[in-house]
Write a protein of this length. Sequence first.
Length: 440
Amino acid sequence: MRKKRGMDRKSETTQRLDPFCKYLYALVLKQLDHPKMAIKVLVESLNEYPYNWSAWKTLTSIVKTKETVAGLKLKDNCFKQMFLVDVYLELQHHETNELLDILDALADIFPNSTHIAAQRAMAHYNMRDFDEAQRLFQILHQTDPCRLTTMDVYSNILFVKECKAELSFLAHTAIKIDKYRPETCCIIGNYYSLKREHERAVLYFKRALRLDPNYLSAWTLMGHEYVEMRNSASAIESYRRAVDINPRDYRAWYGLGQTYEIMRMHNYALYYFQKATKLRPYDPRMWCAMGDTFERLGRYEDAIKCYKQAEGNEDPEGTAILKLANAYQKIHDKDTAAIYYRKVLRQREQEGGDGEERRDNADALLFLARYCKSKGEFVECVRCCNRLLDIGGQVKDEAKSILVELREQKRHYRQQAQEGKNTGESKLQVSAPSNKRSRQ
């Protein structure tokens, strides 16, 4: 009863407050770790006065799941749509069609908004559609050349695609605009990282953190640099600071898993990969990383389940299929392994190439050559061996030995067939006179 009366008093108090005081009250509730009450008060404040963007950003920081977002009783307006875009990007929302539809609707209302253009580029970045994200960021940079907000994300894309000239130009431009912005330091850090100058990259990430200690990207990227420098303790510290700032940063959880994997602490790595997978259940990289750890722990059945999840999430690189084939080979299920190795080869043939045989096809072709030989599928076996001869190296010698064995087998079969034929003819010659006498 006392608790109920207390809640009633709180609701009466909030009703007497104006929208701005409700916003301040929600900030206090957030600091006191009362998220449900804070969300309720923020919704009331925003329904009365939707123009307070700080209140929308606070609501974004409190909301943890898509289900919570769906349960918010907010009035429908353009600010709600902007909030949905913001929170979906924060939650790494994978239903991209819904997100892009909202952005299209907002672009019709605000056709010249650089903020909406940046959000669209961020959406494609989260989808790992780096080509489209790069194109959108280039247009944004041309439209607003003095913009530094979100340009650190653009530098991440240029780093991944190894666009040295474009990243160098972006870094020089950022320095001219404002060299004391955390985004500028982050861009320069990515530039030095791409040049393999990891110590200088760490120096600039540290400068970004002096300017803004809660700058999430700098902590995560600095962790990546420490991994490259084989400084596992500093990498773990950087990633932990990142997840303390934002527990929804899957990159930091994933980085922790990779670091513990390097240290061969597989159970710890598995825990952090599971955290990353919960945040990005549609990302095949997370499932493959968890599957690799299960394999190292000898849990092949669990590894296969993870690889199948990765395959079901449209793995564009075909990594999961190859890992499935290897896993089935390790548990001696050769029939299933052969199915997945054939899938690997078909997928790579569809990707095309310059006509030369890919060296990374060697393991699949060698396994299929041996498998087909054991099953008597000699035509496919010869085809695989011929492709191995084009690759060269050690597999070329193994392919030659398989072909020699096939020729010996064929010669043996021919000799057996010839001997059988000769034996049959001799039997007929011996038995023919007796048949003749009996008929007489």
